[in-house]
Design a protein around this ligand. Structure first.
Ligand code: B12
Ligand code: SF4
Length: 511
């Protein structure tokens, strides 16, 4: 017999996602906004608690809580999400576990079959979450199957995935309950010092993405839909944080911040004289359509760096990735030069290790990409390079997904398997367990990455400067020049001593 629950309060939990200074957990704040004033809820940020389980358990032990809701990306967040949800269900069998976020939506079968995840919010939760609660609390007699963006099991035990809701007008969503959040964790403590400024604010201004790259986890959830807040709304929120907390930098966490040139330029004009540096993610072919004057305006308005999915310089592989748009290898080269001229740092992410017709071809492509990255660095040494190993996402129906299934790849069949160390590395896109990628290929990529990060340490880890940068560059220089990547232990030791932080795992270094 488990413990009895009387109340219907809600815990919204953000499992630990990083070890150092943390970003504002916008996901749980927006999920809270959806039910603010309608249901009683508390927010628990696993990043800020030494032992979040104690906090969660203490609350549930009062008998006042019924709903344990969490968000999770694949990767380290699962290390808390999975065991906590399991334990809550064991200890409080009447509790209801609701999951949302990229992991649960994309891996919904393994979640629903775990026996302890009751409902999944499949995409935006702004309408779905309150509607689901209304049904569960008998405040509405709407059928679950009619609530959009929901996954649940029906009485026959079948998994039901309801239809997707059109993306909502982002400007009319309820405001973030920042003040309420502040009663749990001081907002101030999330405004970290980064390479852009003393106090960096994390903001999310649009949902989805209009493209359908076949390696990307955004695609199965948003199906090429994108909707954004207006520039004036963004500016209003940024100004509020500037006035109240004196922020001087913003990280835009949108999947594709630069989709609408009109919006970006309008925001740039608004923020022009505010002395705020900013960063966002975008596509090369989209931004390449901006004129030099547009880019100069953005730079003047504080755009310091852009994260761009370069993926590969090989046009055939770009097709295999279904990158869409008009991106090509030549465009990437031209673009990094343009960025150099307007003084915006392009942060290019590459995806290496896609499946190929045979082992030789897979390896040749890796060597080709390494060479391409070297060419990019020669054109614009300030270009930052992020290297991911291709980790499949279940974009069912895409040609690439079919290729990986044919090559013998499969996802774990239980949630517990997802937290085994090898799958955690898979999530971090550092060791993808894909059968076509042989250990010597992974070594090659990782050794190259170490040498590259030695010779060109990221600007975003602002501690690596002066003599540290000089030593790293000197030690790595001959290796980079002659292409000797094997066993770069001396560089690894230096990275370890200085706790070099690669931005792709835990975000920019901050303090
Ligand atoms: C900020 C961020 C981080 C931060 C985390 C900060 C934090 N607060 O904890 C950091 C930098 C640490 C991080 C790390 C990683 N991240 Co990350 N991250 C993001 C990012 C940019 C923004 C998340 C966000 O705030 N969204 C804003 C909110 C409002 O939107 P949302 O999360 O979608 O939430 C809505 C719905 O999904 C739904 N919902 C979501 N959860 C829940 C829960 C409940 C209960 C309900 C009701 C509803 C609900 O309702 C919300 C409101 O509508 C997203 C991309 C993106 N634009 O979302 C990537 C993203 C989620 N990350 C991703 C990845 C892969 C990672 C990493 C694994 C990195 C890597 N090496 O590739 C790591 C590892 C994570 C870890 N350590 O566990 C991927 C996930 C893709 C996938 N394969 O599933 C994304 C989508 C980026 C991408 N395009 O590839 N990340
Ligand atoms: S453009 Fe970026 S966010 Fe959009 S589908 Fe492609 S990889 Fe994903």
């Amino acid at each position: 017999m488990g413990n009895k629950l009387m109340g219907n309060k809600i815990i919204i939990f953000n499992p630990r996602s990083a070890n150092a200074k943390h970003r504002l957990p916008n996901t749980i704040i927006q999920v809270g906004a959806a039910i603010h004033g309608k249901y009683e809820y508390i927010l628990v940020d696993g990043n800020k608690e030494n032992n979040p389980w104690d906090v969660i358990f203490k609350h549930f032990s009062t008998g006042e809580f019924k709903y344990f809701c969490l968000t999770a990306m694949p990767g380290p967040q699962l290390k808390q999400a999975i065991p906590y949800a399991k334990k809550i269900k064991e200890l409080f069998p009447e509790s209801i576990n609701i999951w949302g976020g990229y992991f649960a939506s994309n891996q919904y079968k393994v979640c629903m079959n775990s026996g302890y995840v009751d409902y999944i919010i499949n995409g935006p939760g702004d309408n779905t979450f309150p509607k689901l609660l209304d049904v569960l609390e008998n405040k509405s007699d709407e059928k679950l199957s009619l609530i959009r963006n929901l996954i649940f099991k029906n009485d026959a035990g079948e998994i039901i995935q309801t239809v997707k809701e059109a993306l909502l007008d982002q400007d009319s969503l309820p405001p973030y309950p920042y003040e309420y959040f502040n009663t749990f964790y001081p907002l101030e403590s999330y405004l970290a010092k980064t390479f852009m400024g003393r106090k960096t604010f994390a903001y999310h201004s649009s949902m989805g993405c209009p493209f359908t790259c076949s390696f990307c986890a955004v695609v199965p959830i948003y199906n090429a839909k994108w909707k954004a807040k207006a520039a004036t709304t963004i500016y209003k929120d940024v100004s509020f944080f500037k006035e109240k907390y004196n922020i001087d930098a913003v990280e835009f966490h949108d999947n594709n911040f630069f989709t609408s040139k009109k919006r970006v330029l309008e925001f740039s004009n608004l923020v022009l004289n505010d002395n705020i540096q900013w960063w966002g993610e975008g596509r090369i072919d989209t931004i390449n359509k901006y004129s030099d004057d547009d880019l100069k305006l953005m730079r003047k308005a504080g755009c310091r760096m852009m994260f761009l999915g370069a993926e590969t310089g090989n046009d055939e592989v770009l097709k295999q990735m279904n990158k869409g748009g008009t991106q090509s290898g030549q465009m990437i080269k031209d673009f990094v030069l343009r960025m150099k001229n307007v003084d915006i740092i392009p942060e290019l992410s590459f995806v290496l290790g896609l499946p190929g017709p045979d082992e030789k071809k897979v390896y040749e492509q890796i060597l080709w990409d390494i060479n391409f990255i070297r060419e990019i660095k020669a054109i614009n040494p300030h270009a930052e390079i992020i290297i991911y190993l291709y980790s499949p996402v279940p974009t069912e129906g895409s040609e690439l997904y079919q290729q990986i299934i044919d090559a013998g790849f499969s996802f774990p069949e239980t949630l517990e398997e997802w937290i085994e160390p090898s799958w955690e590395k898979f999530d971090l896109r550092k060791n993808p367990l894909t059968p076509w990628l042989k250990p010597y290929m992974i070594d090659k990529i990782q050794n190259f990455e170490t040498v590259l990060n030695g010779y060109y340490p990221t600007t975003s880890d602002f501690r690596i400067k002066g003599y540290k940068k000089w030593i790293l560059k000197t030690v790595s220089g001959y290796r980079f020049k002659y292409g000797w990547y094997k066993f770069p232990y001396e560089i690894k030791v230096l990275h370890k001593i200085w706790k070099y932080r690669q931005p792709e795992i835990e975000g920019f270094y901050s303090e």
